[in-house]
Design a protein around this ligand. Structure first.
Ligand code: AMP
Ligand code: FE
Ligand code: FE
Ligand code: ZN
Length: 283
């Protein structure tokens, strides 16, 4: 479908504020030609998004944003067109979601010592079986009038330096890459230059990931710094990686708007040609 291509969005299956159907309607309203649904560590929104896209002219790329840990750093990896029934992916994402759930409970327990916040307040902000994260705790803090919005929550109570924070289990980027490729999917590093040129994941690691099947770099993303993007372009050229761009839309949960960054049709063609675990849904 001609029209802008946005390859990174979230629904209420993870930390977006719209249901998959609402997300698709918003993508149609925004005039997108293609949208990827990439909830954190879950494919639970795929079928609802396909149904909603029927007869709209919108193409939906089934995807996910896989959490990985590289030492102390949380590294996000976009995965497109993999087999959602792949046993390894299913088991690993279930383990990540479960780790996230218990980690969120412990964060809330610590916050609850200092603020009027309970676990039930957080559950009220999330979908049953969804991927729980700090954004849901943020929404509960907002609902309680303790902060004004998600961003304010992340800058204060939910900041990793706040004393309430803890990490959650996730595989390494190398394990993640291998897992996605083994499931017929296409791995793309999400917003790899959030912290600038010198914090871009080490070239040695990139080379290792490329050997394992890393396919692309998400360069056009609002969180990548300008000097970081320059470095990413050098790496993309050197390792023949596809360059993608996207909004990382979260509904009302973030200021990011659909289509604010986009992917070139040629890049999408390469991704679609490489993915063998599932197919784009042409609505
Ligand atoms: P977690 O995965 O639970 O550690 O939470 C991180 C998630 O929170 C990321 O996936 C972001 O989408 C979201 N996030 C991070 N910073 C902000 C912010 N300032 N406002 C809203 N959402 C944010
Ligand atoms: Fe998110
Ligand atoms: Fe991310
Ligand atoms: Zn994201």
């Amino acid at each position: 479908m001609p029209g802008p291509i946005d390859l990174h969005t979230h629904s209420s299956v993870s930390d977006g504020t719209q249901t998959p159907a609402q997300l698709i309607a918003a993508a149609v309203d925004a005039g997108l030609g293609t949208v990827a649904i990439t909830d954190h560590d879950s494919t639970a929104g795929w079928s609802q998004s396909f149904t909603a896209a029927s007869d709209t002219g919108l193409t939906v790329i089934p995807g996910m944003e896989l959490s990985t840990n590289y030492g102390p750093a949380s590294v996000h990896m976009l995965a497109y067109l993999f087999d959602p029934d792949d046993a390894r992916i299913r088991a690993e994402t279930a383990r990540i979601r479960d780790g996230r759930l218990h980690r969120a409970e412990r964060i809330v327990e610590r916050i609850g010592v200092d603020y009027d916040l309970t676990w039930d307040d957080v559950l009220a902000q999330s979908v049953d079986g969804g991927t729980l994260g700090r954004p849901h705790i943020a929404d509960a803090l907002v609902a309680k009038g303790l902060v004004t919005d998600r961003s304010a929550a992340f800058e204060s109570i939910l900041h990793w330096k706040s004393g309430y924070y803890e990490k959650y289990y996730a595989p390494s980027p190398l394990e993640g890459t291998r897992m996605i490729v083994a499931a017929g999917g296409v791995p793309v590093l999400a917003h790899p230059a959030t912290h600038g040129r010198y914090r871009v994941i080490d070239e040695r690691v990139i080379a290792e990931l490329v050997d394992a099947g890393l396919f692309g770099l998400e360069i056009h993303h609002r969180d990548n710094t300008e000097d970081g993007k320059v470095r990413l372009y050098e790496l993309a050229a050197k390792y023949d990686l596809v360059v993608t761009g996207s909004s990382d839309y979260h509904g009302e949960g973030k200021p990011n708007v659909l289509g604010e960054n986009t992917t070139e049709p040629e890049a999408l063609e390469r991704i679609v040609a490489a993915g063998t675990g599932s197919r784009p849904f042409v609505g």
